[in-house]
Design a protein. Structure first.
Length: 193
């Protein structure tokens, strides 16, 4: 079984914020699954199903970002899912808005959700789908404030970015992380306007 984890913060006040890009992408990906209804499980929203016959579960931790690892550890432990079959989908300030990239392992870049997951799993060797949210125009703006702001009016056309993130997740599940990296990490790809 694969476990796809979307990172974000629960509550209406965070629903349209940059830090919830992972939640948004997993909701889009859920549409591709043959699945039953979503349930509350493992301190999050849990959905179990299949993609082209491959068992897949999705989890959106409701623990707030800095405790995401609690939910991921519970689900992975109870379902016997190894780290290499976990795909974490998250916002990334190091890429311009709309860029989607994948990789296996690596550091957190200061992302507290990734820090929590790595600490709880005891390894950083899980797949990541990174959704570019860009950096604030004002370099003096606190990054924490930036990620908790809603997407701007021009950025609110998120469909292309979310479709790309969902396609990246599907590629990892069907063809492996290397295939996803070859397809989605090409140099010269442009960010969305």
């Amino acid at each position: 079984m694969f476990l796809v984890v979307g990172l974000g913060n629960p509550g209406e006040e965070y629903a349209g914020t940059r830090h919830n890009a992972g939640f948004m992408a997993v909701r889009r990906f859920n549409g591709a699954l043959e699945a039953s209804r979503q349930r509350r499980r493992y301190e999050g929203r849990w959905l179990e199903g299949a993609l082209c016959g491959i068992p897949v579960a999705t989890l959106m931790p409701m623990t707030f970002m800095n405790r995401s690892g609690d939910a991921v550890e519970q689900a992975a432990s109870r379902k016997h899912i190894p780290a290499e079959r976990i795909i974490v989908v998250h916002d990334d300030m190091d890429f311009p808005f709309g860029v989607v990239r994948s990789r296996l392992g690596g550091g957190s870049g200061g992302h507290r959700g990734l820090d929590s997951i790595t600490r709880k799993l005891g390894t950083a060797d899980y797949c990541r789908v990174r959704i570019g949210i860009g950096r604030p125009d004002n370099p003096a703006e606190n990054p924490r404030d930036w990620v908790l702001k809603p997407f701007t009016q021009p950025e609110q056309e998120l469909a292309g970015m979310l479709d790309t993130a969902a396609a990246c997740i599907k590629t990892i599940i069907n063809d492996g992380i290397e295939a996803a990296m070859n397809r989605f990490n090409r140099r010269g790809d442009q960010a969305l306007p």
